[in-house]
Design a protein. Structure first.
Length: 546
């Protein structure tokens, strides 16, 4: 008896059940074919079998590959393991940092205690000094015959205190300047990250940047200090001038490791030449002007390189003659012209050292003194009304009837007015700095660099000897092997004139030099640069990027 063909049925969704039912269906269909004895098969039944088989094939194809799933799970396991290890290392670093901070806090606490103790001792010393001054004043009539000035007599007149608290005495020494490398940073993110470091970590960061440069000339070089300036720039000091020259020479290998936007500043050395006709110089033609200056002064500075030429003040072009700033790449070239004078179009013009510290700096944002706008973190303040908006946006700047208010002293005038008490105090400080500034630029000692070459700077001694200096002191400060003192000319009018005309002649590579007092023209030039007239309403602000 023939087996009947299986009936059509819906196929289940799970592929395992689908496969089981399809297998039963096909076995029944096979038995039906075997027992049919040559009878034709129903097409509909065969079609149903094919449809069921195809549906099962599609389901099997959509099943994920177990190997891929296993690989994905393995990758996830490895990533989880790496994340755990990183978390462990980070936790250890945080623990170490906390321990270091705890140690620093303890150290700061001890420092505060020492500071309080020192303050108490200073108070006691001050009381003793006051008592000593009173005693000296009481004994003053008894000591009028004594010509010698003792330490106590100077203290009684107040000279000691004035010298100790003179802000000009706090300027860094020239020796430190010769070992300093300035790194200009213009990226705000880098400035903020460096500002968050303490001095120890900042020095370690600089040393690490130098070591990672892989440059054999600087890889083992270590700095002695690193600190951030108010401008955000970085001041790095080395142990020797040779190390400083080497760092500048290979700056391209390490400066980018300090941070984004870091560049090493190449210093220039400026002079002021007074009384030059403004019609004889066109500052827009820098190349032609530079070449002509170098040609005129070739006898004194044959290998000089000029980096900048410009008028001292913005109002110089309105005058018939004014002072010119000329900046050189080497200090000895500038110092040479300070001694010899600047030759220009057949005339000799007296020169002096140009010092940027002797210029008035007033911020164009907050109108405080001592910094410029690019360094300012204070709130923007108007120079006309002292309100919190930019000066150029002041609604009353054109209205002269509106009362003015100074942002610096809160007086009834503009922030840049010539009679502002704050401005006058700043001008007095600048004049004091001008009088006390060194006559010459500091020059580095000639020493071989890392590549075996000799730097362009050389050792030159330009002492300005006071009449009270002893002969032994002069011999110790002299760098020349043989020196003799000669008399330029005899003046019977007094010892002071005779000392001023006494010059020093060196036997090797030197020239006669004398102590020169700044001229009246020089003083007038510096006054013209930093002081405006009392009735002026123009803003005289130095916008210096340095």
């Amino acid at each position: 008896m023939a087996t009947p063909w299986p009936k059509d049925q819906p196929w289940p969704t799970p592929y395992r059940e689908h496969a089981a039912e399809l297998s039963t269906y096909l076995q029944t269909a096979l038995k039906s074919i075997d027992t049919a004895n040559g009878q034709p098969i129903q097409p509909q039944g065969v079609r149903a079998a094919f449809i069921g088989a195809l549906a099962l094939i599609v389901k099997i194809q959509n099943i994920p590959d177990i190997g891929h799933v296993h690989q994905a799970i393995e990758n996830l396991r490895m990533e989880t393991k790496a994340a755990n290890e990183n978390t462990t290392r980070t936790t250890s670093s945080i623990r170490i940092a906390i321990q270091q901070n705890t140690a620093e806090i303890k150290e700061n606490t001890n420092t505060n205690k020492d500071t309080n103790t020192a303050a108490k001792e200073a108070l006691k010393a001050s009381e003793l000094t006051v008592k000593m001054v009173r005693d000296i004043k009481a004994l003053g009539p008894m000591n009028q015959g004594s010509a010698a000035q003792s330490y106590a007599s100077v203290a009684a007149r107040g000279g000691l205190i004035a010298s100790m608290h003179n802000p000009q005495n706090q300027r860094p020494s020239q020796v430190q300047t010769l070992r300093e490398v300035i790194v200009n940073i213009r990226d705000p993110t880098t400035i903020a990250s460096i500002r968050a470091m303490n001095p120890r970590n900042l020095k370690a960061h600089v040393d690490r940047a130098i070591e990672q440069s892989s440059n054999e000339h600087i890889r083992k070089l270590k700095t002695v200090s690193a600190n951030q300036l108010k401008s955000g720039d970085l001041s790095i000091k080395t142990a020797t001038t040779t190390d400083m020259e080497t760092l500048r020479q290979f700056a391209e290998d390490w400066k980018h490791r300090i941070g984004n936007g870091a560049t090493v500043r190449i210093p220039t050395y400026g002079i002021l030449a007074h009384g030059i006709r403004t019609s004889s110089m066109d500052m827009e033609l820098f190349t032609e002007l530079r070449d002509e200056l170098l040609q005129d002064n070739k006898a004194f500075i044959p290998t000089a390189e000029i980096k900048y030429i410009g008028w001292l003040t913005r109002s110089s072009t309105t005058k018939s003659a004014s002072s010119v700033i000329v900046e050189f790449a080497k200090a000895e070239d500038a110092n040479k012209l300070i001694d010899e004078g600047l030759i220009w179009q057949g005339e000799v013009f007296q020169c002096e050292r140009y010092d940027r510290q002797c210029r008035l700096r007033q911020c164009f944002r907050c109108h405080a003194y001592g910094h410029i706008g690019t360094q300012c973190k204070a709130t923007t303040t108007c120079g006309y009304c002292a309100q919190e908006h930019a000066t150029r946006e002041c609604p009353s700047k054109s209205d002269t009837a509106t009362p003015r208010k100074c942002a610096a002293c809160h007086g009834e005038h503009e922030a840049w007015h010539g009679r502002c008490p704050t401005r006058m105090r700043e001008l007095a400080k600048i004049k004091a700095a001008y009088k006390q500034r060194p006559r010459y630029h500091p020059e580095a000692t000639a020493a071989p660099t890392a590549t075996g070459t000799t730097p362009t700077t050389r050792t030159t001694s330009r002492p300005v000897l006071e009449p009270s200096q002893s002969q032994s002191t002069r011999q110790e400060r002299s760098r020349s092997p043989i020196k003799k003192k000669i008399q330029k000319r005899q003046q019977p009018t007094g010892s002071q004139t005779q000392d001023e005309n006494t010059i020093i002649v060196a036997a090797e590579n030197s020239r006669p030099r004398r102590a020169i007092v700044p001229s009246r023209r020089a003083m007038e030039a510096i006054d013209a640069n930093i002081q405006t007239t009392n009735d002026s309403h123009l803003m005289e602000i130095v916008d210096d990027s340095e």
